[in-house]
Design a protein. Structure first.
Ligand code: AMP
Length: 416
């Protein structure tokens, strides 16, 4: 099916073709006609399915058909992270480049000056994260009385990140008569309740539920001792075919530690997580996208909404404790028909997480047994004394001899 079959107007078709899209993704095929019919929508879809275009294209079309446009914000898109907000705004810029629709993005962590200047010049579509939106509303920079369409993006993540109260406050300020589009990858009870309140006779659209792991992604698993994860990562990165990799750690501290280790081994790496400034995160993302950085190390929250085309490798340095997160993570590769590889490290302490993930995806991830650190993989750290004595080899520590015979030094406090 071609985009033109969806009765999309010429200026948008031209922009979509310029993006290189030829066929609408399943969620776009389903959602675009429904939004154009001005229906409320409940979309179960995760990032990577093309959901941004699924709402941005029909919204741009609806506004274009109202031209000349009245003054005021007519569309609000609420999304949990700054990165996601920027990407959505960029999508409006791309798909709307021949429509003259004015859009802007607001998010916290940066000065509000440029944002309020843009708002003063006038916008039709506002993309926002909840905190900054409430802040600028309370300062009188934003009025939503002309709102026609409200998009709540990644509703489940709003809940995870503790934004649900802010979201409810914002919803209370929206005009009752409006079209609402609600997107969530999963539907926990609280999110279902919110959807019931927000939506009127919604049409439902569902694509790739989280349990059906994207099949075109090659998944493999390395059992490895917790202390030997750095060595295993360096070992894998010796493979020059891994041009770029997105590495997930569970904590911010863990992300910084991995970056230090990689940098010490002359691998260009940077971390993105909540403690980094917005500029540092954006800079790292840009460097990663243009290939200046080989490895981007991220925590789940920071990675939410990262949109990197043709990302070939995702490495789960730590397994997530929420099994759905595994699906979100590996969904960052293998997008839009590309083949992706997801590699996971599993230490003895992470067996429960692994079990939960495999139960969710209904699949056993194939284990790579042949690797230099396999011998100690089943030793928990810190290992109980009895187990350590039984172990055929002494457990390595960060200062042990590495598999290739070179001395590797991982201690952050030491230098070579
Ligand atoms: P999203 O789920 O909105 O984050 O989109 C995921 C990725 O798919 C983005 O990089 C989009 O640029 C890309 N994309 C969206 N729609 C299409 C399409 N119809 N054909 C090819 N790529 C697409």
């Amino acid at each position: 099916m071609a985009f033109s079959k969806l009765e999309i107007i010429e200026p948008i078709l031209k922009a979509v073709a310029a993006e290189g899209y030829t066929i609408p993704t399943p969620i776009q095929q389903q959602a675009i006609p429904l939004v154009l019919q001005r229906k409320d929508l409940l979309g179960c879809a995760q990032t990577g399915t093309g959901k941004t275009a699924a709402f941005a294209i029909p919204i741009l079309q609806i506004l274009h058909e109202q031209k000349p446009l009245a003054v005021g914000i007519k569309v609000l898109i609420l999304t949990p992270t700054r990165e996601l907000a920027i990407q959505i705004d960029e999508s409006f810029a791309a798909y709307g480049r021949y429509t003259g629709i004015r859009h802007t993005v607001i998010f916290g962590g940066v000065s509000q000056q440029n944002q309020t200047n843009a708002l003063r010049r006038g916008v039709d579509v506002l993309v926002a994260t909840p905190g900054r939106l409430l802040d600028l509303m309370s300062q009188g920079f934003i009025h939503l009385d002309k709102l026609q369409i409200f998009v709540l993006d990644e509703a489940d993540r709003m809940l995870d990140m503790g934004f649900i109260h802010d979201v409810k406050k914002i919803i209370a300020k929206l005009p009752a008569k409006r079209q609402t589009l609600f997107f969530s990858a999963t539907m926990p009870p609280e999110i279902q309740k919110l959807a019931n309140v927000l939506l009127t006779h919604p049409a439902k659209v569902e694509v790739t539920p989280p349990s059906s792991t994207v099949d075109k992604i090659g998944q493999s698993l390395y059992h490895v001792g917790k202390m030997e994860k750095p060595e295993l990562l360096l070992h894998l990165l010796e493979n020059k075919e891994i041009k770029t990799a997105l590495v997930f750690t569970r904590t911010k501290h863990g992300a910084d530690k991995v970056v230090k280790i990689l940098q010490r081994h002359n691998i260009r790496a940077a971390a993105i997580h909540g403690n980094k400034s917005q500029n540092a995160r954006q800079g790292a993302l840009t460097d990663f996208k243009n290939g200046t950085l080989r490895v981007l190390v991220a925590t789940d929250i920071a990675a939410r909404g990262i949109d990197i085309d043709e990302l070939a490798h995702v490495i789960n340095y730590d397994l997530p404790n929420v099994p759905e997160t595994y699906v979100h993570r590996i969904g960052r590769t293998g997008r839009a028909g590309n083949i992706g590889t997801a590699i996971s490290f599993c230490s003895a302490e992470e067996r429960t997480e692994l079990k939960d993930i495999q139960k969710l995806i209904d699949k056993t991830i194939s284990v790579i047994h042949e690797h230099p650190f396999a011998a100690n993989a089943h030793v928990a750290a810190p290992a109980p004394v009895a187990r350590q004595q039984q172990s055929s080899k002494p457990r390595r520590n960060f200062n042990s001899q590495a598999g290739n015979g070179q001395r590797r030094n991982y201690g952050a406090q030491r230098s070579r």
